[in-house]
Ligand binder design. Structure first.
Ligand code: TYM
Length: 332
């Protein structure tokens, strides 16, 4: 079976709809066909200041949401990044292969650093993409299921894998991004020109999966559309309506063409009301399942412990090969 690996940050508490449609939904599907490794990236989370108690709680919460979304510990390896020390160890080696200018060109770093100010942005934030490179290479992943905003980091991973292999001999699998065109970028409901995100979206434009379903329905009903009246997919001219159609289609499994036909001659209000219902039907059981996993923290922790053990077996093997190739003297 080909292997996939991906990760999600625990930083924000609730996952948002973009996380789910852009990434987690694919993770659930891929566990059936692939040897799948999924992790909560707590090392990445501390690249910006974190409250320790919140970080711990949000790490459990992220794992609970992944299980609620449909990850099955019998079908995939689910773990917490800091439980596998090899991530930080390989990241150091990769840091030393990355050019300063190359790292400086990472757009997500530039955006985040600009927001924080040069003196407040940490060196960890700068090397964040290189830790992500180590995450992926440790598992010899063939594919990396992510949203569009992570494409550049996967490209960097490919470059560094090839560089390492070229310099020290074939060691790492060169991975490909796995990005579904339809859901690669879910947009803010109030400003369909920007992607839905915790940091950029206003609360009204952001769908948090763990929010009150009623509040979520309200946000859907007040989504920004356009002054036209036709319900038709046209990402360029009708980004708001197109975003709603994408969400509707993905959550129901119905094609965009079918939806366009069903809503022919109807008003935007009808589309939004129906999508609000679809969304409520999705988030209500999701919240309940998340709560159940949280309530049984013993089971949750034992799933994560088993996951870490499985992950470590793979990661340790890759790391020891990489260490040897680099020329580190084996410890006797
Ligand atoms: P993170 O935690 O920001 O996001 C998790 C996943 O959600 C996707 N995503 C979106 N997809 C579509 N539309 C949106 N509006 C949207 N917003 C977020 C992201 O693309 C991502 O796939 N650096 C990563 C975490 C990471 C990782 C890894 C991923 C660390 N190591 C190794 C893959 C492989 C991140 O911050 O994702």
């Amino acid at each position: 079976r080909p292997r996939v690996l991906s990760g999600i940050q625990p930083t924000a508490g609730s996952f948002h709809l973009g996380n789910y449609l852009g990434a987690v939904r694919q993770w659930v599907a891929l566990q059936e066909s692939h040897d799948a490794f999924y992790m909560v990236v707590d090392l990445h989370a501390i690249t910006v200041p974190q409250d320790p108690a919140d970080l711990r709680a949000n790490t459990r919460l992220a794992a609970a949401q992944l299980l609620a979304a449909g990850l099955d510990p019998d079908r995939c390896t689910l773990f917490v990044q800091s439980h596998v020390p090899e991530h930080a160890q390989l990241a150091w080696v990769m840091n030393c292969l990355t050019g300063f200018g190359e790292a400086s060109r990472m757009t997500q770093f530039k955006d985040k650093a600009a927001k924080q100010g040069a003196d407040r942005a940490s060196v960890g934030l700068f090397t964040y993409p290189i830790l992500q490179v180590a995450d992926i290479l440790l598992y010899q992943a063939n594919e990396v299921p992510v949203g569009e905003d992570q494409r550049q980091h996967v490209e960097l991973t490919r470059d560094l894998a090839e560089r390492f292999n070229g310099r020290f001999g074939a060691t790492f699998t060169v991975p490909k991004p796995y990005i579904l065109k339809e859901t690669a970028k879910i947009y803010d409901l109030q400003d369909p020109a920007i992607k839905m995100s915790k940091s950029a979206s206003t609360p009204k434009g952001l769908i948090n999966l763990l929010d009150e379903p009623k509040a979520t329905a309200k946000k859907v009903k007040s989504a920004v559309t356009d002054t036209d009246t036709v319900i038709r997919y046209d990402a360029e001219h009708k980004p708001g309506v197109s975003n709603l159609l994408t969400i509707y289609s993905t959550l129901t499994g119905r094609t965009i063409a079918e939806l366009e036909q069903e809503y022919e001659g109807k008003m935007y209000g009808a589309l939004k009301t129906d999508l609000a219902d679809v969304m409520v039907d999705f988030v209500t059981p999701f919240r309940e399942r998340t709560q159940q996993y949280l309530d049984d923290s013993e089971t949750l922790d034992s799933i994560l412990a088993k996951g870490a053990e499985k992950a470590r077996a793979v990661a340790a093997e890759t790391l020891s090969q990489a260490y040897e190739r680099v020329g580190f003297l084996p410890a006797k």
